[in-house]
Design a protein around this ligand. Structure first.
Ligand SMILES: Nc1ncnc2c1ncn2[C@@H]1O[C@H](COP(=O)(O)OP(=O)(O)O)[C@@H](O)[C@H]1O
Ligand SMILES: [Mg+2]
Length: 227
């Protein structure tokens, strides 16, 4: 059972969001490395997926045609397994869970993108998450035209990535609405910048929370011979 009162004193739950091609996967490892250098136990995972069962559901979700309710149910079924098997146990032992997409993506893609009933998604969110929410969401925000250009340069599209630009404009608006609803949880990262600037901003957003100790092996001070 997921505890009715999640162990909030335990680890930190950080999610990374944004439309396809915004740069989430490119930067998530650097965020994990930054936290690990501070002695933090980091669990790097993704949605849909993150467990053997959820990865099988992901495969169906990404490649089989289905109606919006089936899509929403599949993604929440995968999320339920992921929470029980991976996320809640990691948070309970004090780890930081760093997850490539979570429920904001469901509201943005299935809700804003597909037009699926947001009240139904909220109900599923309540049932499946039992109060669990990310502590911080790094939202990689990028113009859909630029995101499509970046995607086209490197990979063939899955079922969702084949959607047109108007779909991704709605998804982006969906993320903006989620950020507006809970601004304290969100950090918007301007993903149109260079990779280096995006990485620096994402790390700064994490560091700003003040959750992490100093690095385990700090660089020696340059003026340590002055005495
Ligand atoms: N700041 C950036 N500037 C230019 N290209 C980028 C930047 N960040 C990522 N990319 C490239 O864009 C493509 C999509 O990035 P990716 O991390 O896979 O996006 P996502 O995981 O959000 O779908 C990759 O080829 C990646 O190398
Ligand atoms: Mg990705």
């Amino acid at each position: 059972m997921i505890s009715a009162t999640p162990a909030r004193a335990g680890g930190r739950f950080v999610t990374v969001e944004g439309i396809d091609g915004a740069g989430k996967s490119s930067h998530i490892e650097a965020l994990a490395d930054w936290a690990r250098a501070r002695g933090v136990d980091v669990v790097l995972t993704r949605e849909p997926g993150g467990t053997p069962l959820a990865e099988r559901l992901r495969d169906l979700f990404l490649h089989e045609p289905m109606d919006p309710l089936t899509e929403a149910l599949l993604v929440f079924a995968a999320r339920r397994d992921h929470l029980r098997q991976v996320i809640e146990p990691a948070l309970s032992r004090g780890a930081m869970v760093l997850c490539d997409r979570f429920t904001d993506a469901t509201f943005a893609y299935q809700g804003a993108g597909r037009g699926f009933d947001l009240a139904v998604l909220s109900q599923l969110e309540t049932w499946v998450q039992q109060g669990r929410q990310p502590d911080l969401t790094l939202w990689f925000d990028l113009d859909p035209t630029e995101a499509a250009r970046r995607r086209a340069a490197v990979r063939s599209a899955d079922r969702l990535e084949r959607e047109d630009e108007s779909f991704f404009t709605r998804v982006r608006d969906g993320y903006a609405q989620r950020a507006q609803a809970t601004p304290a949880r969100f950090a918007r990262i301007d993903a149109a910048q260079t990779r280096e600037a995006v990485r620096a901003d994402a790390i700064a957003a994490l560091a700003e929370r003040g959750w992490f100790p100093q690095p385990l092996s700090p660089l020696p001070a340059t003026d340590d011979r002055r005495a």
